[in-house]
Write a protein that binds this ligand. Structure first.
Ligand code: TXA
Ligand code: MG
Length: 345
């Protein structure tokens, strides 16, 4: 009988990790799993590596990247100062799906921060991600490893679908855990502001540091966003998505009306809303009372509709508290704002 130790220390010397780390040091880009979604990693101090990330993703240059570190000591490579509130948040949520925006110290590639005076940093809670960052010995800039505008990848096959031939390699760590990206917060002053809702909820944050605010841009979508990434088309499936707010009966009436017009209808629903019959394809994400599973399955569900398979997609909506806030943020972006409400009809 043998026993293999797959502790993080061991992973750091794993030959695949060592090879990937070598590529990263050599300014190549490599996709790797985190607890949220797959990231496309590059040396955060190298202009060439960052250029390669933007190129592979087709990402607009004014959308800055998140820098990933494996231990707190690496903060000194990136940030100018650590506000006391940020210290509290790091102690409570790192490693984990919380990204904190700091003033940067000028050591990273300017392309990482898109010319801003701030840098977004997080410590992922995934043994492969942590081992890779440690083995490379540098902070890694890593946006989600999807083609810009597509749903974020929660499987290595999603990364391959979007970036095949455009990157050096992919470390396949199976399905990611959470399935939605990290929460992004700013805490440069004496308050914490959520710039992007994610795995760590407002309620989680408030348990640690009192009242937490949502960025103005999250409430008024037409205002200039503070988090540059929030203004672009995101997470789009292959057919136009419309969110349907109301009862299951209303969702089915809406879907059926499109079906009767001769459209091929896709439905994105939970077990509780799945009873419509006149649809071409139905994707069930879980049950309404289990938002953790919905979050885990959402991007895979959006990707399940193949190109040209349906003409329209209708989705159920979720209450906007707890994890529902992040789920609805992604669904609204995926729908590009298209929503019909039962009370309007
Ligand atoms: O869970 C995650 O955060 C994943 C995994 C791979 O770690 N990464 C991720 O990266 O979602 P990306 O590039 O897809 O999203 C980064 C978000 C964008 O909304 C961007 O605008 C924001 O973070 N961001 C980055 N730097 C910022 C800064 N200095 N100030 C405000 N927002 C910033
Ligand atoms: Mg992204």
């Amino acid at each position: 009988q043998w026993i293999v130790d797959i502790s993080v220390d061991n992973l750091v010397s794993n030959s695949h990790i060592v090879e990937a780390a070598h590529e990263l040091v050599s300014q190549q880009v490599v996709a790797f799993p985190t607890e949220t979604v797959y990231g496309l990693g590059g040396n955060a101090t190298s202009d060439l590596a960052i250029e390669r990330i933007f190129e592979a993703k087709g990402r607009p240059a004014d959308n800055p990247l998140i820098v990933h570190i494996a231990e707190r000591a690496q903060l000194k490579d990136c940030v100018k100062e650590i506000p006391p509130l940020a210290d509290k948040l790091m102690s409570a949520f790192w490693p984990g799906p919380l990204t904190i925006v700091f003033k940067h110290n000028g050591n990273l590639s300017k392309r990482v921060t898109a010319g801003l005076s701030t840098v977004a940093v997080r410590m992922p809670d995934h043994p492969i991600a942590l081992a890779l960052i440690k083995a490379a010995g540098i902070p890694l800039a890593a946006p989600s490893a999807n083609r810009s505008g597509r749903p974020s990848p929660t499987l290595a096959s999603h990364v391959n679908e979007d970036l095949k031939g455009k990157i050096k390699g992919i470390i396949d760590g199976g399905a990611t855990g959470l399935g939605l990206e990290s929460t992004v917060v700013a805490c440069t002053e004496d308050k914490v502001t959520i710039l992007r809702p994610g795995g760590i909820t407002k309620e989680d944050l408030e348990a640690v540091c009192g009242h937490v605010f949502y960025d103005f841009a999250l409430k008024k979508e037409d205002e200039a966003p503070t988090s540059p990434g929030m203004k672009y088309v995101h997470y789009a499936p292959h057919a136009p998505l419309t969110l349907v707010e109301g009862t299951d009966a209303f969702l089915h009436k809406t879907a059926e009306a499109a079906y009767e017009k001769g459209l091929r209808v896709g439905l994105l629903v939970t077990y509780d809303y799945q009873f419509a019959t006149k649809v071409h394809k139905k994707v069930v994400m879980g049950s309404r009372d289990d938002l953790t599973t919905i979050a885990h399955n959402l991007y895979e569900a959006l990707r399940t509709f193949a190109e040209g398979e349906v003409d329209v997609i209708f989705s159920e909506v979720f209450p906007e508290h707890g994890l529902g806030r992040a789920i609805m943020n992604r669904l609204k972006k995926a729908a590009g704002g298209r929503m019909v409400t039962e009370s309007d009809n």
